[in-house]
Design a binder for this molecule. Structure first.
Ligand SMILES: C[S@@+](CC[C@H](N)C(=O)[O-])C[C@H]1O[C@@H](n2cnc3c(N)ncnc32)[C@H](O)[C@@H]1O
Ligand SMILES: [Mg+2]
Length: 223
């Protein structure tokens, strides 16, 4: 009998091969990330494609991403933008940002994507001066800061903005109210904030696949 992780991975591969339609640019991105020693904590191909579909459904013209890594999710999202669309992606690690920039250039998305290097909270504070409005926000950085990132996402939203927050299930640890894990605590605080905020309607979906057991929250700003 195959173990459950092997089964999840096989089904993920089946879906990816048939439906996700990855291409050389996306494959080269993952190879470049591995070559540069980046951790393989990017979204799975199936989740990348799902983000792309959401951005398309959203008719997104301006997207904010918090947590670039090597730009894998960035490429999926930016490909959903129109020619004059804009994606701002925030990344702390200059090496990650450098690898991501090369991947984004290779993907032909240089004019649509701007990577801002530094602590995301500092970049967000600076962005506030421009009073930006984003159609979609993808939160996928340091999990203890999830509540702070949600607050900025709200500040930069309009009614109809979609906020996706990744890795909110954390192998099921999210239900442990006594957890001392800062990532779990940050995520539980995020859930509490969403639940209490009347301007938001939301859900969270558990996922399994090649990246294990996790999930994402989908949050719609209603007013
Ligand atoms: C999970 S990875 C992002 C994966 C990427 N979204 C993808 O799916 O391809 C998280 C990234 O957030 C960055 N990060 C961690 N703490 C950060 C912070 N305080 N400010 C900005 N970026 C941060 C990490 O360096 C890492 O590259
Ligand atoms: Mg993630």
């Amino acid at each position: 009998m195959i173990d459950v992780q092997t089964k999840w991975s096989k089904v993920d591969d089946y879906i990816s091969n048939l439906l996700v339609q990855s291409d050389q640019v996306l494959e080269d991105t993952l190879v470049a990330n591995e070559g540069a020693g980046l951790p393989a904590i990017d979204v799975s191909p199936s989740l990348g494609k799902f983000l792309h579909l959401l951005a398309k459904l959203q008719g997104a013209q301006r997207i904010l991403e918090i947590g670039t890594l090597g730009g894998y999710s960035t490429i999926w999202l930016a490909r959903a933008l129109p020619q004059d669309g804009r994606l701002v992606s925030l990344e702390l690690d200059p090496t990650h940002a450098q690898v991501a920039q090369a991947n984004i250039d290779r993907a032909g998305l240089t004019s649509r994507v701007e990577i801002q290097v530094g602590e995301a909270l500092d970049s967000l504070a600076k962005l506030t001066e421009e009073s930006p409005v984003f159609d979609m926000v993808f939160i996928d950085a340091d999990k203890p800061n999830n509540p702070n990132y949600l607050q900025y996402a709200l500040k930069f939203s309009r009614p109809g903005t979609l906020i996706i927050c990744d890795n909110v299930v954390r192998d099921g640890e999210v239900v442990d109210e006594n957890s001392e894990d800062p990532g779990v605590k940050g995520t539980r605080e995020l859930f509490d904030m969403i639940a209490k905020e009347p301007r938001l309607t939301s859900t969270a979906i558990q996922t399994v696949g090649g990246k294990g057991y996790d999930g994402f929250a989908a949050i719609l700003v209603t007013e």
